[in-house]
Design a protein around this ligand. Structure first.
Ligand SMILES: *Cc1c(COP(=O)(O)O)cnc(C)c1O
Length: 232
C-alpha cells in the first residue's frame, strides 16, 4: 500500500469511529470537526490529507509549523487550510505563531492572552486550554478559574474566544474529565455564547469525548501512524 492508500484507509476508519460515536449518543457527525494533528509528519502527508478533503491541521511547535505550513502552501497553493496551534506556547513566540496559526488552542493564562493580543495585527481566534485536574504542569488553566480567564480574553478586541480545549489528565478517567469540562463550558456559555468549541478527544479517547459533547477531536496517531521521531 502506498502512503496515499494508507492515509485514505485510516481517514475512512477515523471518520467511521466518529460517526459511530455520534450515533451512539444521538448526535450528528456534522457537529464534530476532525483536526488532523500532523506534528512530526511531513508536508507531503498534509498535502495528501488535503486531497482527501481535510482542511484543519494542527501543530504543536512553532518552528516546525512555520516550515511545514510554508512547504504545504508550496505543494497545494490553492487548497483551503486552517492551522491550529495545540502545543504549549511561550509568550515570546506569540508573534511567530501568528504568522501561520488560524487559531491558538492553548491559551492558558492571562499573561499569554495579553502577549497574543499585543502581537496580533488583526483579531485572532483562540481557545482556552483547561486543566481539569488543576495540574498546570501538563498545560492548561485550572478549571475552577475558567470564568475569570474567559472574561479577560473576551474583553480584548484582538482575541475572539471560540471555546475550550483539554487533554484528559492521567489521574482520572477520560469520561470524568470530559464530563467536568462539558459542565464548565455549559455554564460559561451564559456569559460567552460564542464559546461553542469543545476541543476534546484524541486517537485513544475520541468516543468518550464525543459522548460528552466534544465538537472537535484532535487525531494524530490514528490517522498518520505512530510518531517515530520527536519533533526537531
Ligand atoms: C499530539 C497531540 C494530539 C494527537 O494525539 P494522538 O494520540 O496521536 O491522536 C492531540 N492533542 C494534542 C494537544 C497533541 O499534542
Amino acid at each position: 500500500m502506498n502512503r496515499r492508500e494508507e492515509l485514505a484507509l485510516s481517514l475512512a476508519e477515523v471518520t467511521e469511529r466518529i460517526a459511530k460515536a455520534c450515533a451512539a449518543v444521538g448526535r450528528s457527525p456534522e457537529e464534530v470537526d476532525l483536526l488532523a494533528v500532523t506534528k512530526t509528519f511531513p508536508a507531503e502527508d498534509v498535502a495528501i490529507l488535503s486531497d482527501l478533503g481535510l482542511a484543519d491541521f494542527a501543530e504543536n511547535r512553532d518552528q516546525e509549523a512555520n516550515r511545514k505550513t510554508a512547504e504545504f502552501a508550496g505543494l497545494r497553493p490553492d487548497a483551503p487550510a486552517k492551522w491550529h496551534m495545540v502545543g504549549s506556547l511561550q509568550r515570546n513566540k506569540a508573534k511567530s505563531v501568528l504568522r501561520w496559526a488560524h487559531r491558538i488552542d492553548t491559551v492558558d493564562s492571562i499573561r499569554l492572552a495579553d502577549a497574543i493580543a499585543k502581537a496580533a495585527t488583526e483579531p485572532v481566534e483562540v481557545l482556552i486550554q483547561v486543566s481539569v485536574d488543576g495540574d498546570e504542569a501538563r498545560g492548561g488553566h485550572p478549571i475552577g478559574d475558567l470564568p475569570r480567564l474567559a472574561d479577560h480574553v473576551a474583553l480584548s478586541s484582538e482575541l475572539l474566544l471560540r471555546g475550550v480545549m483539554t487533554v484528559a489528565p492521567l489521574g482520572m478517567s477520560p469520561q470524568q474529565a470530559f464530563a467536568a469540562l462539558y459542565e464548565a463550558v455549559t455554564r460559561l456559555r451564559d456569559d460567552h455564547p460564542d464559546a461553542t468549541v469543545i476541543s476534546a478527544g484524541m486517537s485513544g479517547d475520541l468516543e468518550d469525548a464525543i459522548a460528552h459533547g466534544s465538537t472537535c477531536v484532535r487525531v494524530g496517531t490514528a490517522l498518520l501512524g505512530s510518531r517515530r521521531l520527536a519533533s526537531p
